[in-house]
Design a protein around this ligand. Structure first.
Ligand SMILES: [Ca+2]
Ligand SMILES: [Ca+2]
Ligand SMILES: [Ca+2]
Length: 280
């Protein structure tokens, strides 16, 4: 009977019956980590996120714009703000989740499949230690994790960038130290493997901290390679799909009512991820 139903399911699929309603789909070839049918990437940071110095795009856009052009079906939210620090972002994120302004930031963090943090270089001006900045970056992550889990029931995916190194005398070694701390804190649940520190200094503009437009092309190529290779690898680890039906374990029982260990919960021959009505 099951074999017959399987054949019927294959025939139904071939005839183009309504299906694929519930699988966590690929969007522009990239995994939809929160399984809502959209791919949203929220990038939080300072002027290098905003794209200051990107002269061919009127001084804004930067690597986030270039990634949006490369993955047209995905939504890239640019929360870059010139001069901001890790401390400022803690406050922005906390206020956003508390409903005190920053509503678009809150909305973006809640729907994001991936949150990118690229901030810390301005913290040096506050005469604080790189270790204090690392702690503040962790606090941003904890705040996002706690609130997103409370509001959606699932864990956010957050990557913290290792920063592009400026050519400024005091700032460069300070950022070098922060980058060392970031690199050694890399883990599966809190990756720091977006490596903007690999961009050569010759791509900096005359102000010695912002990239030129060619520099932003380089940042974009690092970011696009990240999205294409490491982001899917993280999703694979952090969103296991034991029965390989296209629905991640953590969404099966809770959101779809399906069994995360059974490919075809209602035994109708159509796998849960392709079944328009996976329970009947
Ligand atoms: Ca999504
Ligand atoms: Ca599954
Ligand atoms: Ca089924």
């Amino acid at each position: 009977m099951k074999a017959l139903l399987t054949i019927l399911g294959i025939v139904a699929a071939a005839l183009g019956s309504p299906a694929l309603s519930s699988a966590c789909p690929l969007v522009s070839g990239l995994p939809d980590s929160n399984c809502d049918g959209r791919l949203v990437i929220a990038v939080l940071g300072d002027s290098l996120v905003a794209g200051i110095g990107d002269s061919i795009h009127s001084g804004k856009g930067g690597y986030v714009l270039r990634a949006a052009q490369r993955f047209p079906d995905a939504t890239f939210l640019n929360f870059g703000e010139a001069g901001t620090t890790a401390t400022n972002i803690i406050f922005d994120v906390e206020r956003g989740f508390a409903g005190r302004g920053h509503a678009s930031l809150k909305a973006g963090l809640v729907e994001a499949d991936l949150v990118v943090l690229d901030v810390g270089r301005n913290d040096q001006w506050r005469a604080q230690s790189p270790l204090a900045t690392l702690r503040n970056l962790k606090r941003i992550q904890t705040t996002i994790h706690n609130n997103v889990r409370q509001l959606t029931g699932h864990n956010a995916l957050i990557v913290t960038a290792v920063l592009m190194i400026p050519k400024r005398l005091r700032q460069a070694p300070w950022i070098g130290e922060l980058n060392g701390l970031l690199r050694s804190s890399n883990s599966t649940s809190a990756p720091t493997d977006l490596r903007f520190d690999t961009i050569p200094k010759r791509y900096l503009s005359a102000d010695r901290i912002h990239p030129t437009s060619q520099g932003y092309d380089k940042l974009a190529s690092v970011f696009i390679a990240y999205m294409s290779n490491l982001y899917p690898a993280h999703v694979k680890k952090l969103r296991p799909d034991r029965d390989r039906d296209g629905l991640y374990d953590e969404f099966e029982a809770e959101r779809f009512g399906t069994d995360p260990s059974v490919t075809d919960t209602d035994y109708d021959g159509v796998s849960d991820g392709a079944d328009s009505d996976p329970l009947n």
